[in-house]
Design a protein around this ligand. Structure first.
Ligand code: NAG
Ligand code: NAG
Ligand code: NAG
Length: 208
């Protein structure tokens, strides 16, 4: 009797395991990709290139783009000039806020003045600008942008979000919503791996 009970339990377990192993996304794959970037071309160009490659090679993908209004013309140009006939045009969503570089300027930083002489003192005088350069928005502005991003992610419901490494509110939003995401950057991998060196080697061995 005990043996039968275990056999039945085992069978139920196998059925449940099988049911969970059937991929449920075969018939309706989520082919929406949401790109979220700053509008400055230094950061956005790599996104424009990526969207062009996606449109050309994967016309069945639906590309959505969230950024500040200053980028919408460039996105439209890429979409109109490269989208094959059967591809979806890129759908642009607008963030209601002040773009990164305008905000940096409002904080009194002129990017022409950013280059510093090499060495410790040159670096020290540059460090004071770092917090503003990472996040130029104040608390309420940051949250307004974060909320625009959250709303758009929920509305578009993408299978993948592609993020700009310099656009921190977007990184907060995808992590909070636990969305599948990748980071895209015009920098080399070295710039991100420098801090992974053991024994604080970023300070004395290979600093940059
Ligand atoms: C920024 O600095 C450059 C060079 O020092 C200068 O030509 C330009 O007018 C400055 N821009 C602003 C907005 O102050
Ligand atoms: C952020 O700056 C705006 C003006 O750009 C101001 O209205 C708002 O009160 C500021 N918020 C905080 C939390 O400082
Ligand atoms: C920006 O504001 C407009 C008008 O209030 C609104 O319709 C739109 O959804 C907002 N954009 C985002 C991304 O929330």
């Amino acid at each position: 009797m005990a043996k039968l009970k275990w056999t039945v339990l085992l069978a139920i377990f196998m059925i449940i395991k099988y049911a969970y192993s059937i991929p449920d996304d075969i018939e309706t794959p989520n082919k929406r990709i949401l790109l979220i970037s700053n509008s400055e071309r230094g950061q956005a160009n790599i996104f424009l290139a990526t969207s062009q490659a996606l449109l050309t090679n994967y016309p069945s993908v639906e590309i959505h783009w969230l950024s500040f209004p200053g980028l919408s013309d460039a996105v439209a140009t890429v979409s109109e000039s490269t989208a094959p006939q059967n591809a979806h045009p890129i759908i642009f969503h607008q963030i209601n806020g002040t773009a990164y570089l305008d905000k940096v300027a409002e904080n009194g930083i002129n990017v022409s003045d950013l280059p510093r002489p090499p060495g410790v003192f040159g670096a020290l005088s540059g460090f004071k600008n770092l917090p503003t350069l990472y996040v130029p928005w104040n608390g309420s502005e940051y949250m307004a942008i974060y909320n625009d991003i959250t709303r758009t992610i929920e509305k578009v419901d993408p299978g993948l979000v592609v993020l700009d490494t310099m656009f921190t509110p977007a990184q907060d939003a995808v992590r909070q919503l636990q969305r599948e995401h990748v980071l895209l950057s015009p920098n080399s991998l070295r710039d991100f791996s420098v801090a992974s060196q053991p024994r604080g080697e970023m300070f004395w061995k290979f600093p940059v």
